[in-house]
Write a protein that binds this ligand. Structure first.
Ligand code: F6R
Length: 369
């Protein structure tokens, strides 16, 4: 069943080009308009939405953080992301004009389900993004976009995460189209760029051997930090979570801009720090600022492991190790930059002799609050 892979996790990481491609499949109607899988909300209601709240747990919440950048940029609707377990118990301000987006691979996560119920009681409409057909969260929601990652067996989420991000982009483009923020040809162009991403993920996987070697080499690491900015920030958080879950290493993700507000105090000789570098292109690029961050931590002795786009030479002088990823539009980058971090965590955990498919203390589906 593992198809020649040492564990399900490696298999699922390798299946990611397919998971993203399948999630994008068949999303437009005869007129080229995006469609959701199930829609029990009046389109007029979706046009009048004045706030979006994304609720999810763990890895799914990081997909939600990526979604915030894309949805606000494309749709101009204020978007918050909140952990479902916090949302439910803080008396959140939601009403008929709020659209709640609940992201869940399993569709059975109790924290997320309770948050969905609470939001609907306040009159909000809920769109579920889910990988499991007919599970509880989509059944209790007003609309559904299914991710087509296929069954995810390994406890730690990999391909479902990339599929969730993909579905969030689709939702963002759907809303932008519906609400008239984007012209049809702009949406079509973004869909075309999105359709190129599976091949770009495959390119990352084809060149992954050095990342595996790095994982094996770092098997005795005690602490690893991850820095990212803009959509690279949730990627850093996900990289850290994978390392905690799989390899039981203390790992922390930070927003690169926050470094000087505290975390830089942690930097000492030899400390490994992954940096997810944003694209050097784009109008409001923070690329130069992140390159300065790499320079600052390296000057304090950090071992810098940099994930940067092909052709980005600015990072070369400050990187101890460079992991290259193909060029993508800025907002789509998490679909490629996440992959080396997953492989690194998996390989390191394997080198430690750990069971990567079933890490200690964890369950695939958390059905208690
Ligand atoms: C991390 C992981 C968890 C889940 C979280 C939500 O690798 O798997 O953090 O992402 O428990 O699960 P779902 O998406 O099923 O609601």
């Amino acid at each position: 069943e593992k198809g020649g892979y040492p564990n399900f996790m490696m298999k699922e990481i390798e299946e990611q080009p397919r998971a993203v491609a399948d999630t994008l499949l068949g999303r437009t109607d005869a007129n080229g308009h995006l469609v959701l899988d199930e829609l029990r909300i009046d389109e007029a209601v979706l046009r009048s939405v004045d706030k979006i709240v994304v609720i999810a747990c763990g890895t799914a919440s990081y997909a939600g953080q990526v979604a915030k950048y894309a949805i606000e940029h494309w749709c101009r609707v204020p978007t918050e992301v909140e952990l479902a377990s916090e949302f439910r118990y803080r008396d959140p301000v939601v009403n008929e004009k709020t659209l709640v987006v609940a992201i869940s691979q399993s569709g059975e996560t109790m924290d997320t389900l309770m948050a969905v119920r609470h939001a609907r009681e306040q009159g909000a409409k809920v769109v579920a993004i889910c990988n499991t057909h007919g599970s509880t969260i989509p059944r209790e929601s007003d609309a559904v976009i299914y991710t087509h990652a296929g069954p995810e067996i390994a406890v730690a989420s990999t391909k479902a995460f990339l599929a969730q991000i993909t579905a969030c982009y689709l939702l963002g483009l759907y809303l932008a189209q519906l609400r008239g923020n984007k012209y049809e040809d702009e949406v079509r162009e973004l869909l075309r760029l999105l359709a190129e991403v599976p091949d770009q993920i495959q390119q990352v996987l084809d060149g992954i051997e050095p990342v595996r070697a790095l994982g094996r080499e770092m098997a005795s690491a005690k602490v690893v930090l991850f820095l990212g900015r803009h959509v690279g920030f949730p990627v850093a958080l996900e990289g850290a979570l994978k390392l905690k879950e799989l390899a039981y290493i203390h790992a922390e993700g930070f927003a690169a801009g926050e470094l000087k507000h505290g975390p830089i105090a942690l930097i000492e000789e030899g400390l490994p720090v992954f940096v997810v570098v944003p694209s050097p292109r784009g109008r409001d690029s923070v690329h130069g600022k992140v390159v300065s961050n790499i320079q600052e931590i390296r000057a304090r002795g950090a071992r810098t492991i940099v994930i940067a786009e092909e052709g980005d030479d600015d990072v070369v002088p400050y990187a101890d190790t460079i992991i290259r990823v193909p060029r993508t539009p800025t907002l789509l980058a998490p679909l490629v930059t996440t992959v080396p971090l997953q492989v690194f965590a998996c390989e390191l955990a394997m080198a430690k002799g750990l069971d990567v498919d079933q890490p200690r203390n964890l369950a695939k589906s958390v059905t208690v609050e």
